[in-house]
Each structure stands twice: as structure tokens, then as C-alpha cells.
Design a protein around this ligand. Structure first.
Ligand code: ADP
Length: 699
């Protein structure tokens, strides 16, 4: 059985001993009113219960009551007294066990000052509680002056318990080395005082000489030794009492309180309480010291193993008191060379120290490093330049903390030092690279702006001669064609077509330049989107017809009004429908559908053309994008149309999306909010607006 430290025969032997001692004590009571001569039974029984496993203790309290009942009956005490006495003993044992936490732990402890306090309160409370119950019982059975049984029972029970319990409780280990001479002289003195007690007259308080000897044992020898010595002394004193010898007086029903306090029982109680405290203190100290030592070892191992970090401890003046292996590795010095010999100033670069000292307004010494912490900051971390023993320079990050006393005054300093040479170099390289990149970006922006300006200027300059070339070509084609041969007519038509294309390109470039430098402005007014759809579609109808492509347009029967720029909206429609026609082949169809869906208008341009390869679709709205299919089929274009479409859509708070399947066709969708005006019968679409209802918006 786990936790059992007692066998059945031993338990039976202890129970029998407790019974015999109880009968003897009851029979030799100085007076029936004082109950018993002494009461060792309570100590034997409680100690016995402490030897049981914790879970059996509660029920075993019944055994205590039974033994007390048996002893009282054998000693011829009455039924009322027997019941009261048994109840008192059982409650006493229960209270002690509870205070010692004996129902939760197999081996109650008497190791720390807190244990000692609980033990003392436990035995005092239990014995005075038992004494109260017994005094009441005595009163009920006809006794007078109830304080006497109360004091006497308290003393006898207390004395028995304080001697016996420490023997079976868990005590601290004691490692004080004592010489045989000390042990021998101690024993001789105990023996001499013991003999003096035997021979002492009752008026000679020689027994109290025993107290310093018992404390000596408790302070210097093991707690177990001290407890056994105490037990021996207690038994010796009781024996002398029984033999009517020794320095202690008899106690009777007439004894005064002082006489009772001069009895052997009072002596035993006092003699036990003080030495136990003495044995707890050094044991407690030993336990704490062992724990601190363990922590020190663990911490030392931990810090030693942190080879990437250096730990340097100093006293207040800066003298190094500890130099970790990490510090040895970092700085090249050994602990022996620096501890107690130099300060960390030897690692510092004087000029750096001097300049920080000037900033702080202090002298250029160790105080510069510890200044902030000495002023009360918990931790101060700064970069420093350290000099390695071989003369090389390191950039280190030093975190300084102070070890403070209870009043918060620094007692020493600890520096945690990390080599950050590489990290700082990398950071500097990064800063340098970022500066460079910023510079390059700036230059690129300037280049871009210059390019934009160039494109814009060139386009402007091109537009005028181009317009006149186209004008003259049209004049040739329309009015002077009868003077031309058929071949000349074809050439003129080709010049006109290419001139138109060139003009479109110039227009696109101009538009792009305006979008990018923010100089393009919308002229907003109430606009009918149906009109823009019709105008944009009409411009490509001829091309569709020529290419054999069916073009279908459907718009709502009423105006679709929005706050927008009709020229740009027409251009948006034109670009989308032009693409649909351009990228469809003969026999194909293009459907242009405008619908109003709640608060938005939706324009769909659906074609059955070549479509756009899936992998290229994310780039469709980028400037100058041309799909591989359109290049393959040599379809003409600048790659600016959709970019312009998107910029116009966004300027109207709308958006453009598309779906496209290569070989099957594409659908481009323009969605724009109809905030402002709703469509309505009788609305004059695109009617001239008062000047102040027109707004300009740049995009
Ligand atoms: P452009 O038509 O002048 O080349 P856009 O910006 O209008 O320039 O169009 C970019 C590219 O997107 C086109 O070159 C073409 O490859 C592709 N694309 C646009 N619309 C369609 C469409 N309806 N069908 C197939 N490809 C299209």
C-alpha cells in the first residue's frame, strides 16, 4: 500500500502501549479532578496516525476514541467522564491532523517557519480544545475550580504532542559538520545536568539548565537527533516525577497556577517548543541555500551556453566581477585576465565615450554607460564600438541593467552584449540601397514626365499637318476625282485611310498624355447614354458593312440620363465597338446592348471574334497591350484604346470588365451609375445646359 510506513503488528503494539500508558496515567492521577498524571497516550496515538497513509487517517480517529474509552473503563472512571474524555481526545487528534494538513499529505512537513507556525497553532488549539471539553466534563461530574483541570490537561497534552510529533514529521536535512569533540562535550553536559536534576532539591530550578543544551542540539545536530534527545529528557523527567525525585513539585487539586507552571509537564512543553524552532531555522536556511545554489548553477550553465551573447557584471565602480564564456569569445580576453582587474572602459573607444559623455554632461568614465540605469531606468540599450583584444573593432549592442537593493539603490550592473557588426553593416547597406532606389525612381519619374511632354508636343505638332494632309486628300478624292485615273484614285484613297489611322494614333497619344499628366478634363452635363451609343456605333457601321459583319444595336426606348461628358462617352463606345468589329471576321456578328439595371446603366458589346488568349487577359487594359492573336493576324492598332476606355469609365465612377474565349468571341461590359438624373419620358437628352450646370472633372 503506497504511503504506508507502519505494519499491522507495529500499529497493534503502539495501540496497546497507548492503552497501557492511558490506564497508568489515569490510575496515577494526582487527583481525579486533574484527570491524569501525564498524558503520553495522546502523543503515541497521534504519532501512530501520522504513520498511516493519509486516506486512512480520518477513520482511524475512531480507534483513538475506542482506546481512551477502554482505558477509562479499566481505570474505573464513570460513564459520563469516559464519554467526555473520549470525545475530547478524538476531537483533539482531528484538530491536530487538520492543522498539519495530514488528511491531504502522507508525510506532514515541519521544514519551514510556516510549517512551524501551523504545527504550533495546531497543538495549542487541539490541546486547549481537549482541555475545555474535559474541564466541562469534570464540572458535570462534580468537580470545582474548573481552571485547574483546564490548565493541567492543556499542559499534559501539549507536552506530549510537542515532543512526539516532530519525530514522525518530515524535517529539513541538516548538513552542519560537527566535530566528535563537540558531540562528546554536549553529551557530557547533558549527562551532568541530568544527574544534577536527579539529585536536585525541588526548590532548585536546575532542570532549566537543560534548555540551552537542547537548543544547542537543535541548532547544531540533526533535527532527528534533537527530537530524540528531547524525548529522552522528557521521559527522564516523567520518570523522576513518578519516583518522587527531581526538581519538579507535585501538582494537586489545590496547586496554584505558578505551581502548575513549575511542573515537569510545563517544563517538557516549553523545552520542546523552542528547540524545534531552532532546528527549523537552520534547516530552512539550508533548504533555501540549496535551492539558490541550484538556481545559480542552472543560471550559470544557461548563461555559459549562450555563446553568441556576452554577459559582463561589474560593481558600482565598474570593476568586472563576472565575464561569461560568451564575453571571452566576443572580446578575446579570458575571465582571469579581466575579473577584479579592469573595467569595461578598456573595451571602449575613447572618442565615442567622450562624445556621449559630453551629450550627457558627465565625466568620460564608466558612468557614461550606466548613467541612465543609475538614474532609475530599468534597462538602457545602446550601440557602442568595442575593441577586441587583437585590436579589431566591433559594433555591439549593450543592454545595461542594475541589480538593486530593497530600497532600489543599484548594487552592481549587468551588461548583456551582442555583436551587431554584421547586422548594422547590412542595415547601412540597405539604407544606402534604398536611397539609391529612391534616387533612381525620382530620375525615372522625371524621365517619364519629359517623355510625356515630348509625346504631347510631338502629337500636337503632328496633328496640324496631318489634318491638312487628310483635308487635301479628301478634296482630291471627292471634288477632283474625275481628273484622276483609277490607279490614282486608289492611291489617294490609301493616303486618306493611312492619314486617318495616323490621326487616330496621334489623338490616342494626346489623350494618353493628358490622362497621365492629369490635364484631361471632363465637361460634365446631363447626357443621354443612348445618344453616345448610337453616335459611337454609327462611326464603325461602314467598316462592319465592309467586313461582312452584322452589327445590332439595342437601346431602351427612353433616354438614359447621366451626369457625364458626351464626347468621351461616345469615344468609349466607339473604342469598344471598333475593337469588336476589328477583331471579328467576315460572317461574324457584333451586338451592342444598352440596359438600365436599377441605379446603373450597363452597356454590353458582344462579338463572335478571335477572342483574347487566357494567359494575356490580365494585361488587357495596360497601355500598348496587343494580344498575340491580333499581332498574328496583323490587325492594326496602337494598344491604347482600352486603356483610354478604362480611364473614361473611371472618370464617370464606372468600370469596364470583360470575358473572352479565344476563337469564340469577347464581351466587354461598361457599367456606370446613373446618379443625378433618372430616365424619364419628355426629358430632353443632351439638351443644352445652363453654363453653371456644367462641371469639369480632371482624370
Ligand atoms: P488596339 O485595338 O488599338 O490594339 P486596344 O487597347 O483597344 O488597342 O486593345 C488592346 C488589345 O486587346 C488589342 O490589340 C487586342 O489584341 C485585344 N482586344 C481588344 N478588344 C478585343 C476584342 N473585342 N476581341 C479580341 N481582342 C481584343
Amino acid at each position: 500500500m503506497r504511503g504506508t510506513r507502519i505494519t499491522a503488528p507495529i500499529a497493534a503494539g503502539l495501540a496497546a502501549a497507548a492503552l497501557a500508558l492511558s490506564v497508568h496515567s489515569l490510575r496515577t492521577a494526582p487527583d481525579a479532578a486533574l484527570v491524569a498524571q501525564a498524558w503520553p497516550a495522546t502523543a503515541v496515538l497521534t504519532a501512530m496516525l501520522l504513520l498511516f497513509p493519509a486516506r486512512h487517517r480520518r477513520i482511524s480517529v475512531g480507534v483513538v476514541a475506542l482506546i481512551v474509552i477502554a482505558a477509562c473503563l479499566v481505570a474505573g472512571r464513570g460513564l459520563l467522564f469516559t464519554s467526555g474524555f473520549a470525545l475530547a481526545n478524538a476531537i483533539e487528534v482531528l484538530v491536530v491532523l487538520r492543522w498539519l494538513r495530514a488528511f491531504e499529505t502522507d508525510r506532514p512537513q515541519l521544514r519551514t517557519s510556516e510549517d512551524y507556525r501551523r504545527w504550533l497553532i495546531g497543538v495549542f488549539t487541539a490541546s486547549s480544545l481537549a482541555a475545555t471539553i474535559i474541564a466541562i466534563t469534570t464540572g458535570l461530574t462534580g468537580g470545582d475550580a474548573l481552571w485547574r483541570p483546564f490548565v493541567w490537561v492543556t499542559l499534559t497534552h501539549l507536552g506530549a504532542m510537542v515532543v512526539a510529533l516532530p519525530l514522525v514529521m518530515s524535517r529539513p536535512r541538516h548538513r552542519i559538520r560537527v566535530s566528535p569533540a563537540e558531540v562528546a562535550s554536549h553529551l557530557v553536559l547533558i549527562l551532568l545536568v541530568g544527574l544534577a536534576c536527579v539529585r536536585a532539591d525541588r526548590s532548585e530550578p536546575v532542570a532549566f539548565l537543560m534548555l540551552p543544551l537542547l537548543m544547542w542540539a537543535a541548532a547544531r545536530f540533526s533535527p532527528r537527533w534533537a527530537s530524540l534527545e528531547l524525548l529522552t529528557v522528557a521521559l527522564g523527567m516523567s520518570l523522576l516525577d513518578n519516583l518522587q525525585l527531581g526538581p519538579f513539585g507535585d501538582v494537586t487539586r489545590e496547586s496554584s497556577l505558578l505551581e502548575m507552571m513549575a511542573s515537569s509537564q510545563a517544563f517538557v512543553a516549553i523545552a520542546a517548543i523552542t528547540p524545534v524552532a531552532f532546528s527549523v531555522a537552520p534547516g530552512h536556511l539550508y533548504d533555501s541555500r540549496r535551492r539558490i545554489r541550484e538556481h545559480e548553477v542552472q543560471l550559470g550553465q544557461l548563461l555559459d551556453s549562450a555563446s553568441g551573447t556576452a554577459f559582463i557584471a561589474t560593481d558600482l565602480e565598474g570593476l568586472i566581477t563576472w565575464f561569461s564564456p560568451g564575453a571571452e569569445q566576443l572580446l578575446g580576453y579570458t575571465g582571469q585576465e579581466v575579473v577584479g582587474r579592469i573595467t569595461p572602459m578598456s573595451f571602449h573607444e575613447y572618442r565615442e565615450l567622450q562624445s556621449r559623455a559630453d551629450q550627457l554632461g558627465v565625466a568620460a568614465g564608466y558612468g557614461v554607460v550606466t548613467h541612465r540605469v543609475a538614474q532609475g531606468t530599468d534597462q538602457d540599450t545602446q550601440d557602442w564600438t568595442y575593441l577586441h583584444m587583437d585590436g579589431s573593432r566591433l559594433t555591439v549592442s549593450v543592454s545595461v541593467t542594475a541589480v538593486r537593493d530593497d530600497d532600489g539603490r543599484p548594487q552592481s550592473f549587468l551588461s548583456v552584449v551582442r555583436d551587431v557588426t554584421d547586422r548594422r553593416a547590412a542595415e547601412q547597406a540597405l539604407v544606402f540601397a534604398l536611397d539609391k532606389e529612391r534616387e533612381t525612381n525620382q530620375r525615372m519619374l522625371e524621365l517619364d514626365r519629359a517623355k510625356g511632354e515630348f509625346v504631347s508636343t510631338v502629337s500636337h505638332e503632328l496633328r496640324t499637318p496631318l489634318t491638312s494632309i487628310i483635308g487635301y486628300t479628301e478634296l482630291l478624292a471627292d471634288d477632283l476625282s474625275e481628273n484622276l485615273t483609277e490607279v490614282q484614285c486608289q492611291l489617294v484613297e490609301r493616303i486618306d485611310r493611312n492619314g486617318e489611322r495616323l490621326l487616330e494614333l496621334v489623338e490616342d497619344l494626346l489623350h494618353l498624355a493628358r490622362v497621365e499628366d492629369g490635364s484631361l478634363r471632363l465637361v460634365r452635363a446631363r447626357t443621354d447614354l443612348c445618344g453616345a451609343v448610337r453616335a459611337g456605333t454609327e462611326e464603325v457601321r461602314a467598316d462592319a458593312l465592309k467586313g461582312g459583319i452584322t452589327l445590332r444595336v439595342s437601346t431602351p426606348g427612353e433616354p438614359v440620363l447621366l451626369d457625364g461628358d458626351s464626347d468621351y462617352l461616345t469615344r468609349l463606345v466607339l473604342n469598344l465597338v471598333d475593337n469588336a468589329v476589328k477583331f471579328s471576321s467576315t460572317g461574324g456578328s457584333v451586338e451592342v446592348r444598352l440596359e438600365v439595371l436599377g441605379d446603373v446603366a450597363e452597356l454590353r458589346v458582344i462579338d463572335t471574334g478571335m477572342g483574347i488568349p487566357v494567359a494575356e487577359q490580365p494585361r488587357v487594359f495596360q497601355r500598348f497591350f496587343r494580344s498575340s492573336l491580333s499581332t498574328e493576324y496583323a490587325t492594326q492598332g496602337s494598344g491604347l484604346g482600352l486603356h483610354i476606355v478604362r480611364s473614361i469609365a473611371e472618370a464617370h465612377e464606372g468600370r469596364v470588365d470583360f470575358q473572352s474565349t479565344p476563337g469564340l468571341g469577347s464581351t466587354f461590359v461598361f457599367v456606370v451609375p446613373l446618379s443625378g438624373w433618372r430616365s424619364g419620358v419628355g426629358d430632353q437628352a443632351s439638351a443644352p445646359q445652363p453654363a453653371d450646370s456644367q462641371q469639369q472633372k480632371s482624370f
